[in-house]
Design a binder for this molecule. Structure first.
Ligand code: NAP
Length: 304
């Protein structure tokens, strides 16, 4: 165990490298550099990918993945999830270096081939979505949570220090919950897109455009985010369910059924969860909840 050489300590002492020169690597490498922690080497599947990312950084060598493994104290494997195990298996690793992947759901155990060679293995997953614009991605990092998993305490400490230097909050996950933790992110990201796609379809059903829908709905979404941050998931919930307004729910179901029964079905399922959530706050009494549940159980044509 020697994540750094004998006479140096702290994150500054680490020679940092990335394998997999994509969106996350560019964001993290630039952010680390801005935090005074330069990235020494970047390797990727294509030489061009490594060159393009290294060119954004100061004094960073584009090289092949084995060079990164040979020369770096801490290597971030930032390939797509499906390639992480293959990269770990196909390269030679050495004793005392850190080898970490940045996937949310992938078990750290896929890095076992590196551990077998004496490396310290771990996970470092920022709970953020990084797009193609590296500068925007860098700006979106501070304030994020980074899930850190490392059995070896020295690697755990170094990864928490790196998270802190990036302006992020390091989070140690209990064993066995990575996939659950990562699925939770879908509700704050991917599924929001899916829900807004439903809303946009409604606007399009009367001939409006997606842009018109978003112009109207994004201010509402921003208000919802502010309310969530202020009041939490249950207390801040707006809408007819939280008011016990079965009449409006009935009208919604009727309208949605006419556009698409599947859309009405999804609405019903979300409302059922909404009733349970509103009940936790005491804003709905048992009678109001029962009326809402009966309304949601009724065949949609009986709602007319
Ligand atoms: N993007 C996000 O929002 C985000 C957020 C949190 C965590 N993550 C995690 O970060 C990791 C990377 O995601 P990403 O979004 O940055 O992916 P990405 O943009 O698709 O980039 C992946 C890069 O890996 C390279 N690559 C593919 N196969 C390889 C191999 N066998 N060996 C070496 N390099 C290889 C590709 O390089 P070439 O260009 O050279 O072909 C590609 O540029 C994943 O584990 C993902 O779960 C991503």
């Amino acid at each position: 165990m020697n994540l750094v050489s004998k006479h140096r300590s702290g994150p500054e002492a680490l020679v940092l490298g990335f394998i997999g020169a994509g969106r996350l690597a560019r964001a993290m490498a630039l952010a680390l550099q801005q935090a005074g922690l330069p990235v020494a080497r970047v390797g990727s599947r294509s030489a061009e990918g490594a060159r393009a990312t290294a060119a954004m950084l100061q004094d960073c060598l584009p090289c092949d993945p084995q060079d990164v493994a040979d020369h770096c104290d801490l290597v971030f494997i930032t390939t797509p999830d499906a390639a992480i195990a293959r990269v770990a298996e196909s390269l030679s690793w050495h004793t005392g270096q850190g080898v970490v992947h940045c996937s949310g759901a992938t078990p750290v155990a896929v890095l076992q081939p590196a551990a077998a060679a004496g490396a310290l293995i771990g996970g470092f997953h920022p709970m953020q979505a990084f797009g193609a614009d590296p500068q925007a991605a860098v700006r979106s990092l501070p304030g994020c949570t980074v899930a850190i998993e490392a059995a070896e305490p020295l690697l755990d400490i170094r990864l928490h220090e790196l998270a802190q230097r990036l302006g992020c909050a390091g989070l140690t996950l209990p064993p066995g919950v990575r996939a659950r933790y990562h699925a939770s992110g879908g509700y704050a990201s991917q599924h929001v897109h899916v829900l807004l796609a439903e809303a946009v379809r409604l606007w399009q059903s009367w001939g409006a455009t997606e842009q018109q829908a978003l112009d109207a709905l994004l201010p509402l979404l921003r208000g919802t985010l502010a309310s969530l941050a202020r009041s939490g998931v249950a207390d801040g919930m707006p809408g007819p369910i939280s008011r016990g307004d079965a009449g409006t729910v009935r009208q919604h179901r009727q309208a949605l059924q006419a556009v698409d029964p599947d859309m009405r079905d999804l609405y019903d399922r979300l409302c059922v969860r909404g009733v349970a959530l509103a009940r936790t706050t005491g804003r709905l009494d048992a009678a109001q909840a029962r009326l809402l549940e009966q309304t949601l159980d009724a065949p949609p044509d009986q709602n007319e």
